[in-house]
Design a protein around this ligand. Sequence first.
Ligand SMILES: NC(=O)c1ccc[n+]([C@@H]2O[C@H](COP(=O)([O-])OP(=O)(O)OC[C@H]3O[C@@H](n4cnc5c(N)ncnc54)[C@H](OP(=O)(O)O)[C@@H]3O)[C@@H](O)[C@H]2O)c1
Length: 271
Amino acid sequence: MKVLVTGASGNVGSYVAKELMIMGEHVAAAGTDIQKLKKLFGDEVETVYFDFTDTSTFDKALQNVDRVFLMRPPHLGKPEDLYPFVDAMKVHNIKLVSFLSLMGVENNTIPPHHKIEKYIEKVGIPYAHVRPGFFMQNLSGIHSVEIREKNQIFIPAGKSKTSFIDAADIGLATAVLLHNPQNFKNTAHTITGPEALDYYQVAEILSKVTGREIIYAKPGFFKYRSYYINIRGLDKTYVNVTVALYFMTRMGTAKEVTNVFYKLTGKKPAP
Ligand SMILES: NC(=O)c1ccc[n+]([C@@H]2O[C@H](COP(=O)([O-])OP(=O)(O)OC[C@H]3O[C@@H](n4cnc5c(N)ncnc54)[C@H](OP(=O)(O)O)[C@@H]3O)[C@@H](O)[C@H]2O)c1
């Protein structure tokens, strides 16, 4: 039987697929852009066309699959967008689904991840929720434009701290869960990096590494939202979800440091 990896070309899914293959699992890498998947994995992995918004793609993607890595594409802001696929997983008797959730959602009903977790539990699919802190890759990915072009970190996180984790580490920990479905039935895992930093500290580290003076601009929510929608041209739903997440961050929900990564993998998380 195979493990279906949704978002297999994404930050986390790409590592989940790679780590599962190293463990000897048969992986089906899923997404709407097969060319992107082929470019990333070559012929190493089976690819399957899969679209959360098109139910006609579900049966083929779930053929001979007994475990699933489930992620919510960032632009699908409504939890309901994922429900039809969760229902399909139930019909296909999936024996473990590992959903890429978010640190702190067990106590916070606002981010879509909360309702998605609850729906998986209600439908009755054995689950191993992964609740990571913020990805390090946010800085090298979505926020790298302002760092590169303006020497600024443009994130509305106030003075809060974040226990950043490397997406590669999330991928490895998730693969451990999916490789051992019996051991991790109906569990949840808050996975973080080794320490919590505020964005002034992040700016200091980036300045040291690049040899340039990079500052933390500390924008307010309104300025951030308007900039990312109107100037960067990013999807409104996506930006709105990130505003909610940075609001939570300011409340202190992103600063917890756990040793869950070490417990699952026997390795230390990347600094
Ligand atoms: N960034 C953070 O700090 C952080 C922290 C905790 C949790 N999260 C959560 O992690 C998730 C994002 O994970 P990520 O960063 O690994 O993703 P990502 O790099 O943004 O990649 C998105 C993936 O979704 C796939 N996709 C897009 N539209 C699709 C559709 N309609 N049907 C099927 N697949 C589709 C894309 O593949 P195709 O182009 O091939 O379709 C791509 O592989 C979000 O739910 C976010 O809330 C993020």
